[in-house]
Design a protein around this ligand. Structure first.
Ligand code: FPP
Length: 232
């Protein structure tokens, strides 16, 4: 068990840099993604050990459809393969798995793997792992508004209305968002929920990210003063 005094309930990660990691080694990009999955596995257990209640990861964005089809197919395969292969370990570790994003457009095999993972882990309580897959923050807000308007025709849209129709209204907003690979942007991740999130950027490429860098992020978070628009 680690000594970190963790105050983060929801940690969100933009796992960036798999392609560059592979390129540096003269490998195909997909091997970078495969290395990225191994890192994700280590980070999932490290996060659980540190008492994080929700870990969300940006695994495939709405904009990732613009990549070459061979990479998209590879990511889909990798995703459904690992979603199945790691299930038993996740259940043993009491980790619940959920998916955020649009199901439309995803291959049936991926949707099936998601359904099985969500069902099999539905009673797990120690930590919730949220894989944002075919996810986009703008699309989530649009989906929320459309749902509200359909269910409450003619009613004015409020913050509460949008919040309660997001994909996972019961999940607290991310306290800390980590992005790897030195890029300094949000890229359509948790747009609504990130209003008061703290950010931690590291130059580590995602496959090189370690529990030690995670601890650095958590320690940095502890020194931040969150004012939510108010005064000290
Ligand atoms: C960004 O790196 C990473 C992605 C688009 C995919 C991340 C996905 C995984 C780690 C696998 C997810 C699978 C499961 C089972 C959850 P990049 O390709 O944009 O890297 P680059 O910017 O260096 O090109």
């Amino acid at each position: 068990m680690t000594e970190i005094d963790n105050k983060v309930a929801h940690l969100a990660i933009i796992m960036d840099g798999n392609g560059r990691w592979a390129k540096k080694r003269g490998l195909p990009r997909l091997l970078g993604h495969r290395a990225g999955v191994n890192t994700l596995e280590r980070v999932v257990y490290a996060a659980k050990d540190r008492g994080i209640r929700y870990l969300s990861v940006y695994a495939f964005s709405n904009e990732n459809w613009n990549r070459p089809s061979v990479e998209i197919k590879g990511l889909m395969k990798l995703f459904s393969y690992y979603a199945r292969k790691k299930l038993r370990d996740l259940v043993k570790a009491d980790i619940r798995v959920r998916f955020a994003g649009r199901k439309e457009g995803l291959p049936d095999s991926v949707i099936k793997a998601m359904d099985v993972a969500e069902t099999e882990t539905s009673d797990c309580e120690k930590m919730t792992l949220i894989a944002c897959f075919n996810y986009g923050g703008r699309q989530e807000i649009v989906d929320s508004v459309n749902r509200f308007v359909k269910e409450h025709p003619g009613e004015p849209i409020s913050e509460d209305a949008i919040c309660s129709n997001l994909y996972m209204p019961e999940v607290p907003d991310p306290d800390l968002i980590v992005r790897t690979s030195g890029e300094l942007r949000l890229s359509n991740f948790w747009l609504w929920q990130s209003s008061y999130s703290e950010f931690f950027f590291t130059s580590s490429l995602w496959p090189d990210f370690t529990p030690e860098v995670l601890d650095e992020a958590l320690n940095t978070f502890n020194k931040r003063e969150r004012r939510y628009g108010g005064l000290k």
